[in-house]
Write a protein that binds this ligand. Structure first.
Ligand code: GLY
Length: 351
């Protein structure tokens, strides 16, 4: 285990998941150990945990994969297993998977008996740089993303970058969108570095270094504002419009990967920043072009706008009819709670 100098929560780069989990289990000393996987990580990643002490077949649960299954039914099945198998407040839950198992498993752990310890072992790029760190846990509800949830920091996040070799191009790109977002709120140099790369074409070692840097950007914002009362909202860059794209795509029965929706959301939110906050156009255009080339088009048309807007109104980060954005004044200088009108948003997306 090689701890990152993170301040908001314990995060370690992990070369040997079995050895590291056994070390953590000895330290935490749980009465029982539970494992949550989804059907993909059960098949592709679970075999690598052979030898972790205390994980039995009875104390393992596999849920259906995909963000559209991040729901009350899957959550209840985790609570059910914990309860049936006699989990106590001193039991440990290990979440092995991408954003979905980390979010849902984290919420199950946050709520079962008012909270049990949990470890995230993220297997996707998205989960390594974002979902597994920072303490946001939850599920989707009533057609809205992450509608029900809680803040609860994992007892440890173990980042084992060889898992990245199991990912297809779309999943690598999905995680990379969050890394671009982190670069936009970090420094111009970080952004320039990322914009020169096709993440699916570089070595896992290079990607691993970028992952560690990206986690540290997030850590800085989470440490400053763990409960998202202020500056942590910078991490929502691209998400106000991105979540609306994601929810509408889900509603239309053609779900998209979270990072694609975020990438599509970053482009209009950069446009808003150029027009309202005087974000310099050159780097904004370069970023938008890079994203459009890599992530193609969102495929929504202007006739979808009213529905997208109403999804934005429902976003839990807004109050009443005001749609609040995180907008950049410069790369590395996010301004939060910037109100934009319906017309401004429409022009930014479809103008
Ligand atoms: N994914 C944004 C945050 O954790 O605040």
């Amino acid at each position: 285990m090689q701890p990152l100098p993170s301040k908001s929560a314990p995060v370690s780069i992990c070369a040997d998941p079995v050895a590291d989990l056994n070390e953590l289990i000895e330290k935490i000393s749980p009465d029982k150990v539970f494992l949550l996987t989804d059907e993909h990580t059960q098949r592709l990643c679970r075999p690598l945990l052979e030898g972790v002490k205390g994980i039995t077949k009875e104390q393992s649960i596999t849920i259906a994969a995909g963000d559209h299954h991040k729901d009350t039914e899957a959550l209840a099945s985790v609570w059910q297993l914990l309860s049936d198998q006699g989990a106590s407040r001193h039991s440990l839950l290990i979440n092995l998977g991408g954003g979905m198992p980390c979010d849902l498993g984290g919420f199950a752990a946050a709520t079962y008996k008012r909270g049990i310890p949990f470890i995230n072992l993220p297997t996707t790029l998205l989960a390594m740089v974002d979902a597994s760190v920072g303490g946001k846990t939850g599920i989707n509800f009533n057609g809205f993303k992450n509608e029900i949830g809680a803040f609860r920091i994992a007892d440890m996040v173990l980042i084992h970058t060889p898992f990245l070799k199991t990912l297809d191009r779309e999943n690598l790109l999905s995680g990379y969108a969050e890394m671009i977002k982190h670069a936009l709120i970090d420094r111009p140099q970080t952004l320039e570095k990322l914009l020169g790369i096709d993440p699916a074409a570089i070595s896992v070692n290079l990607l691993a270094d970028l992952v560690a840097d990206s986690v540290m950007v997030k850590d800085r914002y989470v440490e400053a504002d763990p409960l998202e009362q202020g500056i942590r909202k910078a991490l929502n860059l691209g998400h106000t419009i991105g979540h609306a794209f994601e929810s509408l795509a889900m509603k239309k029965g053609r779900p998209v990967l979270h990072g694609y929706a975020v990438a599509w959301g970053i482009i209009p939110e950069i446009r808003l920043a150029v027009s309202k906050m005087k974000l310099p156009k050159l780097l904004a255009d370069k970023t938008s072009k890079y994203i459009s080339d890599l992530y193609e088009d969102h495929g929504f048309s202007i006739t979808d706008f009213d529905e997208l807007f109403s999804l934005m109104q429902h976003d839990k980060k807004n109050r009443g009819d005001r749609i609040n954005f995180t907008l950049l004044t410069q790369v590395g200088e996010p301004a939060i709670d910037i109100n934009c009108t319906k017309d401004e948003i429409k022009a930014a997306i479809f103008g």
